[in-house]
Design a protein around this ligand. Structure first.
Ligand code: AMP
Length: 475
């Protein structure tokens, strides 16, 4: 089954003779945002060239002659992450279409809340869809728009779509970057000598030694041409509400958001977690890698020793990538092993960034007990996730979310921890630089914890149902 839910990393570079190679490097730095497929589209101002592959960037874009097939000074790239089932090549981006105004290629991070609704109308009026991705809806809207040029057509289409999105778009001679009106999904601008770069995170600028220029603003369109960068703000001005999960889990710790490293934010989450939920123990142990910065903060502020009681095998993908629950559980074993001599006979405070289904915690806590740990106190550096996501962070259906079914004591029993505690919602906001959550207009998109959705998930009920009937296997 193919759900219209995607994570993803996007990249773009304008005016550089090594555009494809630099895009491959940028995508490599953004690999944590999606490992299912990757693609690059380039333009030499006359033609477009596209290479899309299933799997990792390093396995596909650094070997052989693939980069030679991508000439031109302009490029965009995409790493795809999807939740279940259909990881077919047809959904791998960037997408390309020949429109009336010329070719257009598009890479999308995020998720549209009304894509199915829009798709139904488009199909009714004769549009033919080739993929199950919501991104194709944007392409179809642009194709059908009566706007007078490509930028106007894009703007026209943006007024029809709803949800979280960061887009990089390539036309023959323009690179365009877009963030949704709330700025739910991230996008930054960098400079590499005379070239402009767009990327989901600053870590993708670092790898190619591009300088951070600024973040694309919420609701902003940046149009990069040989004349420079033009900023267009088509929407009524609203305050940004970035997705809080980028801070908690999704972004790489060495990326900078709003002037501060993600590592620093996560350490703060650990400091605040200690303030709110401290329990005496012998050793602070992170769930690697996601719990490491919070565990460092927790340990530094409590002066309790920190130890790598769990060792992660880095040669397996993230647990979430595995498509079925059965394989996912197996994946946890593949991924983690206990540093037995360190944990034996100790009471452990185990720290992770978040608890979703509970799969990771159940396995790890059992492995810790099997290795002789006396007590395992689980501390989670974010509040309980009770509500599903519809904007591109892959949290599953509500009935799979442990915290939507059980209270804290129920969850503690389920995962078999000695004690269990979570960061409070105001603690989350404090750690990220605010006194407290503004209940009238929250500073972040935090529906996973609160159930308050900045954009109404119009298609929520149908999201599971949208499938094409034809299974195509090109590669
Ligand atoms: P679970 O095992 O289902 O409770 O998931 C919790 C683990 O998944 C934690 O170790 C998190 O670091 C990680 N995690 C949280 N959110 C996501 C996400 N959106 N995609 C992939 N992994 C996640």
């Amino acid at each position: 089954m193919s759900r219209l839910k995607e994570e993803c990393g996007v990249f773009g570079i304008f005016n550089n003779k090594d555009a494809a190679a630099l895009t491959a490097l940028g995508l490599h730095a953004l690999q944590h945002r999606g490992q299912e497929g990757c693609g690059i589209v380039t333009s030499d101002e006359k033609k477009f060239y596209a290479e899309r592959r299933l799997g990792l960037v390093g396995d596909n874009f650094t070997k052989g002659k693939v980069l030679e097939k991508l000439p031109g000074n302009f490029a965009i790239g995409h790493n795809r992450y999807s939740t279940t089932g259909s990881n077919s090549i047809k959904n791998v981006q960037p997408f390309y279409a020949d429109l009336f105004d010329g070719g257009i290629s598009i890479a999308h991070n995020g998720n549209l809340c009304n894509a199915i609704h829009l798709k139904k109308n488009l199909v009714k009026n004769g549009s033919i869809f080739q993929t199950t991705s919501d991104t194709e809806t944007i392409v179809q809207l642009i194709a059908k728009s009566k706007g007078k040029n490509i930028v106007d057509k894009i703007i026209d289409s943006l007024f029809k779509i709803q949800g979280g999105y960061a887009l990089t778009i390539l036309t023959k001679n323009k690179l365009i970057g877009i963030r949704d009106p709330f700025g739910i999904r991230p996008l930054v601008i960098g400079r590499l000598n005379k070239s402009y770069v767009l990327a989901s995170e600053t870590c993708a600028l670092d790898i190619i030694e591009a300088k951070f220029f600024r973040e694309v603003k919420n609701g902003e369109i940046v149009v990069i041409t040989k004349n420079g960068l033009e900023s267009i703000m088509p929407f009524p001005k609203i305050k940004e509400r970035p997705c809080v999960f980028e801070y908690i889990y999704f972004s790489r710790p060495d990326s900078i958001i709003n002037g501060t490293s993600v590592y620093e934010y996560r350490k703060n989450l650990g400091v605040q977690l200690a303030k709110e939920t401290y329990v005496d123990c012998d050793l602070i142990v992170p769930v690697p890698d996601s719990g490491v910065p919070a565990a460092i903060g927790y340990s530094e502020s409590t002066k309790k020793s920190f130890g790598l009681g769990i060792i992660r095998n880095h040669y397996v993908g993230r647990t979430f990538i595995e498509p079925t629950q059965q394989i996912r559980s197996f994946g946890v074993k593949l991924k983690h092993n206990i540093n037995k001599s360190l944990v034996k006979n100790k009471s452990i405070t185990l720290i992770d960034d978040s608890l979703v289904r509970g799969t990771t915690s159940v396995k790890i806590i059992k492995m810790l007990y099997d290795s002789g740990a006396k007590e395992v106190h689980l501390r989670i550096a974010s509040p309980p996730i009770k509500f599903p996501d519809y904007y591109g962070v892959d949290t599953p259906n509500q009935n799979e979310l442990l915290a939507s079914k059980l209270d804290i004591e129920g969850m503690r029993k389920f995962i078999n921890a000695t004690t269990l505690n979570f960061l409070s919602i105001d603690g989350l906001y404090k750690s990220l630089g605010y006194n407290k959550r503004n209940s009238l207009y929250p500073q972040f998109t935090d529906h996973c914890f609160t159930g308050e959705y900045p954009v109404k998930p119009l298609d929520a009920k149908n999201m599971e149902e949208d499938e094409t009937k034809l299974i195509v296997n090109n590669k």
